[in-house]
Design a protein around this ligand. Structure first.
Ligand code: SF4
Length: 276
């Protein structure tokens, strides 16, 4: 059956590299996917933060917006809960914690603002679009270094316990420098659930970008999306469709074509499987 794959990419699209089948099934058959709490909670928190930045909402208004989006999402049904968010009450609590921690550590009116943000202009640009091989990806926030308008810092807000992979920020760095003619001073993941900032290692050169983007491009170009079993299967929103999962499901897809592309599995220092 012909399917339409999205033209827009998000950081989660790196799932294509950890399990091509997951990415394919979730995008090709979105109405057959499960709804995980971390999607709903992440959307609620990102929307609240973007509105605080772009529309000047107060902390209380941001908290209210986040709670409303989360509650509406939970009301429509949650299929996968997590250790971090085992029930609605905890999800609501964690959402408020993320928004409040973000405000305390990032917003310029906060007396507890982290030093690392004090040399950056406010407000950052949010949802900066980048083009990669005919598709789009977005950065959560791009700050200008104060006094140096063409030097920027890239930030990705993390709202849960998922692993961070520097490659994501390196791809952003490579693309934004090329497409927006700016110099990236630093890039970091800011886990606003735990209140921790994790700076990316220095950009290692284009080889990693070529291998990562090349792998994604080749997979899409080849049109083959093999399932790769891993720890992330437990969090997979496409597990009811996955051909290698046990159990009966009317949604199970029989086969996904074996890849024609030769891949070698490597393990990054962060322990994530990567393909190149
Ligand atoms: S259940 Fe595991 S192997 Fe199957 S699509 Fe999901 S992540 Fe991939």
């Amino acid at each position: 059956m012909p399917v339409t794959l999205p033209k827009e990419w998000r950081s989660s699209d790196r799932q294509l590299l950890t399990c091509p089948a997951r990415w394919y099934l979730a995008n090709a058959y979105p109405y057959n996917t499960l709804t995980p709490i971390w999607f709903i909670r992440g959307n609620a928190i990102h929307a609240a933060i973007e509105s605080i930045i772009a529309e000047g909402l107060t902390l209380d208004e941001g908290l209210e917006l986040g709670a409303t989006i989360l509650t509406d999402g939970i009301g429509e049904g949650v299929d996968l809960w997590s250790k971090t968010d085992p029930d609605p009450e905890t999800a609501i609590y964690n959402t408020a914690t993320c928004i409040r921690t973000w405000w305390q550590q990032v917003h310029p009116v906060s007396e507890e603002r982290a030093d690392i943000y004090k040399t950056l202009d406010w407000p950052p640009r949010v949802e900066v679009k980048l083009t990669a091989f005919g598709a789009m990806t977005r950065i959560d926030a791009v700050f200008r270094l104060t006094g140096e308008p063409r030097t920027v810092v890239l930030v990705d807000w993390k709202t849960g316990a998922s692993k961070s992979d520097d490659t994501q920020l390196w791809i952003y760095q490579r693309l934004i420098e090329e497409q927006h003619q700016v110099k990236v001073h630093a890039a970091w993941f800011h886990n606003i659930l735990q209140g921790k900032i994790q700076q990316a290692n220095p950009y290692p050169g284009d080889d990693i970008i070529h291998s990562t983007l090349g792998a994604m491009l080749a997979l899409r170009g080849a049109g083959h999306y093999p399932p790769l079993h891993g720890w992330y299967c437990q969090y997979c929103e496409a597990q009811d469709m996955c051909p290698i999962q046990p159990g009966d499901s009317d949604l199970r897809v029989d086969t996904l074509s074996p890849t024609e592309v030769r891949w070698v599995s490597v393990t990054s220092p962060e322990g994530m499987s990567r393909w190149r």
